[in-house]
Design a protein around this ligand. Sequence first.
Ligand SMILES: [Zn+2]
Length: 490
Amino acid sequence: MPVAVRTEPPIGTVVPEEVAQRVTQSFRGGPTTTPAAGPRPSPVPTPLPMAAGHRLLIYKQDPSVAELGIRTVFVQSTILNGPADTRIRTELPGVTPVGRNIDGDFIFPPNSPQFDCAHTFAVVRETLSMYERHNGGRPLPFAWNSGSNTDPITVFPRAGIDANAFYSRTAKALKFFSFTPPGASRPVMTNNSFDVVTHEMAHAILDGIKPGWIGTVDNPPQTGGLHEAFGDLTAIFMTLSQADQAEAFVAATKADLHATSFLPAMGEEFGAAFGLPFGLRNADNDLRLSDVGNEVHDISQVFTGGVYDILADVFAFELSRQRQVKSPTQILMEVASSLCKLLFDAIVASPRTGATYADVVGQLVRKSAERDDPPIYRTCILNRFAVREVVEPPVSLDELMSGNMDMANPHYTGGGDAKRIPEVRPADEKSASLRAVQDRSGCCGTMQMPEFRVVPADRLATRGPLTDEDILAAELAELRESFGKLDQNR
Ligand SMILES: [Zn+2]
């Protein structure tokens, strides 16, 4: 495939040396202010945090997104040299384990391999922590975890040369590669992309929650679409869980989620390298199921776009309701967190294999009612997915299509019964996205892994390690049958 190369903005991690030095210097050693001379009053005890934590530096978005740069994250759990903790290890031969400084922090100059280790670990850790909070603070297992297996996931920030990044269950790993597009002077490091790292970690997390969803065998294209969409939506929810990014987004767009911005664009740098103007995919799209066939990456954008529209609708409603008492940034962060939790709960409640968009939309509606969201939340969920031809419209969509939704009214239903939870049915049972085999040619590296293309959904749904024998099981069975016939003919 010919690859169009975009040279502006520059490709690759570009952090000027003087900035890199200044950033790292500010964290090194000693107090930043000189204590005043004179007698010290006897100190009054102050409450201290329950546990110590560590500071790590991360790239906020892709390095190619000009307005955003590097920031510190504070992780309040124990991180060992590696960086490593009970759930996540980091592996870069010749570099790891990367050590903490005297303050217990992982602070390194940007562009260095040590920075990449700390950054990738931090983003993976934060992604897992976000969903564990939505899980009531309980740990979320990886697909191989059980009472007798607490193996962590291993993160490879610089796994080699390839235009790829993936999660593998057999390897219990996340691998991030780098590549230099033709004509470019610097490589694209996939681990430097906040979107790519959160997307791939989301595959690992969803595989732990619903191990039966990731394979192509016995699952319709929509189940694959849920996996890809979960990755992209996780990147958006992670971005909006960080106050400085949410603030930058609100300011850049004047609180309009449909204005052009960095938020709905995924993997900008990765996309720029392939000549795609909106990154690898665009969450703020208008795709309907009839616009896509059975290609899973395209299908995923229908679901991602639906949830993004709901985020915009609910934000508009809550902004009108709470603008006198909260800042737009605070409202946006709360709405995004609440929608992320709703999606998480809906996925947990969906079928163990073969889940469809209508299954998850039905659970979104049910869970929203169970937690007493205003009826307008359900109206937005159903309307947006009805427009995208995912579910049957419960009421006429005339008001939505003519822009007449009463977005300030918490009881708005567009003509439906606010007290009744409507039946959610797929709009088109014959859609290729429900019946065809999965075409994953446009998906990320995870979805292309052989282990997810040959192992039956029921086997994948069984918690525990996945081995090469599982991948070869069907072929081995064929061989045994064939060799058995030889025995009979002897
Ligand atoms: Zn993916």
